[in-house]
Design a protein around this ligand. Structure first.
Ligand SMILES: CC(C)(COP(=O)(O)OP(=O)(O)OC[C@H]1O[C@@H](n2cnc3c(N)ncnc32)[C@H](O)[C@@H]1OP(=O)(O)O)[C@@H](O)C(=O)NCCC(=O)NCCS
Length: 183
């Protein structure tokens, strides 16, 4: 399904373009923004490959990867990177991921981003279930997911190898009816 576009009062989600490499690097290359993610800060070359891969994946049918730019309505700047990845082992389900540039934090835009992704997931993509995973140390992500309507579901032990160690993930889920109740 292409292209995906969704607007909220302060943000839009849109497809990535090759001009977004620096915008994504400001997030995925930043040690603070990636502190609790599943990878070390990325180099420019890695981000360029990621953006090109995301653009290529956006044209496949059926589409299994939705890597989207989060854009400020006010400035048109890319301020975040958001992702829905279809779960190959489940019916109508996807994993959700999100990260914002540090200078955009603390204004409610994280919750607005997650809600926008859920609107795409349960609206346009007609999914039944979305899940997410966070580092146990990532308490801001916990608050963001709960505020957007997710429910904590459990813990995956030693889920991710990052910063030279295995770490657990805390998982969250939301189903379509729960999302509708938040509207
Ligand atoms: C997670 C992230 C997107 C949150 O974005 P944000 O715009 O700062 O979040 P919001 O302003 O929408 O706030 C969401 C919740 O976190 C709380 N919060 C935000 N910043 C906080 C802080 N520094 N300390 C404590 N709580 C904080 C808010 O109060 C709100 O909770 P509440 O509704 O219960 O009051 C952002 O911190 C980020 O990009 N982090 C790096 C990437 C990442 O960790 N992604 C999640 C991967 S699972």
């Amino acid at each position: 399904m292409y292209p995906v576009q969704h607007s909220t009062p302060r943000l839009s989600l849109r497809e990535l373009t090759v001009d977004d490499v620096d915008g994504v690097l400001a997030i995925y290359g930043d040690p603070e923004a990636t502190r609790y993610l599943s990878f070390e800060p990325r180099t420019r070359e890695q981000v360029e490959a990621l953006v090109r891969g995301a653009i290529a994946a956006s044209g496949t049918e059926p589409r299994t990867e939705y890597a989207l730019a989060v854009v400020s309505q006010e400035t048109s700047d890319l301020i975040g990177f958001a992702r829905l990845a279809m779960d190959p082992h489940q019916q109508r389900a996807a994993t959700l991921g999100f990260a914002l540039r540090p200078d955009a934090w603390g204004q409610g835009l994280g919750v607005e981003t997650v809600r926008a992704l859920l609107a795409v997931a349960f609206g346009r993509l007609d999914l039944h279930r979305v899940w997410a995973a966070r580092s146990p140390a990532n308490t801001v992500s916990e608050k963001t997911l709960l505020r957007a309507g997710f429910v904590e579901e459990g813990r995956i032990r030693q889920h991710v190898f990052v910063h030279d160690a295995w770490r657990d993930s805390v998982t969250y889920g939301i189903v379509e009816a729960e999302w509708r109740a938040t509207l």
